[in-house]
Design a binder for this molecule. Structure first.
Ligand code: SAM
Length: 269
């Protein structure tokens, strides 16, 4: 049934739909690409997936083909009629929710454990990721398209320019890997920058919530003044004494401290 659907470009034309930049709309109209993303997120047979921003439904189709049960959250109501046609052919495996993904209760939508797979709107990509990392509903995995620069910051190794707060928070909770690069021309309309897909898998042992809150504080202070030594960037949180309690040299800069070092600083705080 899903195979019977027209190419995405035709579906958009039939419904008179044009991309609206205010919703961060850059569509993937090549099903070979969306199928590859679904494979990178897999195996998904029988799994629940929350997809944010289905738009014309290219990634949604690929997730359904992979056997997932999809809950698709779309803020732009114009896409709902087109997506309803897909839902009608999906044997009850596609649920559509018209909402702002920043405000939804994922636990209620998923009704249990589930994955997140999305080609995210750039303007809300990072806040959504932080919500999924630190919120009450914990995804089993996340396979997410970001602008390349953000993807690199999520997966950055210690020591480089891209290593910062985002890398520390993400990697304290998940393994994070850039699994696919996509040039701007892969999207319709093309954005100004290249994109990349990151796969995040929660670590087996998760730090307690109080430690995550402390980690956010310590990493914000340390990278807020990333050129300074920790004794001075962390001054308000205890500076040298805090570093000593954590067994970290107060004379080093934030970008040289590995995630494990930040976790020790968080515990010391
Ligand atoms: N998944 C589609 C694709 O790959 O072709 C569309 C991706 S497009 C980059 C981002 C999508 O997110 C758009 O459909 C847009 O309307 C939707 N969107 C933007 N902000 C949103 C929000 N806060 N909550 C839910 N959907 C949102």
């Amino acid at each position: 049934m899903l195979n019977a659907f027209p190419p995405l470009r035709n579906a958009l034309a039939e419904h008179g739909l044009l991309a609206d930049k205010s919703f961060g709309q850059h569509f993937l109209l090549d099903l070979n690409i969306t199928r590859k993303i679904a494979r990178l997120a897999g195996p998904l047979e029988g799994q629940t997936v929350i997809e944010v921003g289905p738009g014309p439904g290219g990634l949604t189709r690929a997730l359904l083909e992979a056997g997932a049960r999809v809950v698709a959250v779309e803020k732009d109501a114009r896409f709902l009629p087109l997506l309803a046609e897909l839902a009608a052919a999906a044997d009850g495996r596609l649920t559509l929710v018209e909402a702002d993904a920043l405000k939804v209760d994922e636990a209620a939508l998923a009704g249990g454990p589930g994955h997140v797979v999305a080609n995210l709107p750039y303007n809300v990509g990072t806040p959504l990721l932080i919500k999924w990392l630190t919120g009450p509903w914990r995804p089993l995995s996340m396979t997410l398209m970001f602008q390349k620069e953000v993807a690199d910051r999520i997966a950055a190794p210690v020591g480089g320019d891209a290593y910062g707060r985002l890398a520390v928070i993400c990697q304290a909770l998940c393994s994070a890997k850039v699994v696919m690069d996509l040039p701007a021309r892969a999207f319709t309309p093309p954005p100004k920058v290249a994109s990349a897909v990151v796969r995040l898998d929660p670590l087996a042992v998760r730090p307690p919530d109080a430690e995550i809150a402390a980690l956010e504080k310590v990493s914000a202070a340390a990278f807020g003044q990333r050129r300074k030594m920790l004794r001075s960037s962390l001054k308000l949180l205890g500076g040298e004494a805090l570093c000593e309690r954590a067994g970290i040299d107060p004379g080093v800069r934030a970008e040289t401290v590995p995630v494990e070092g930040f976790l020790r600083l968080a515990r010391a705080l």
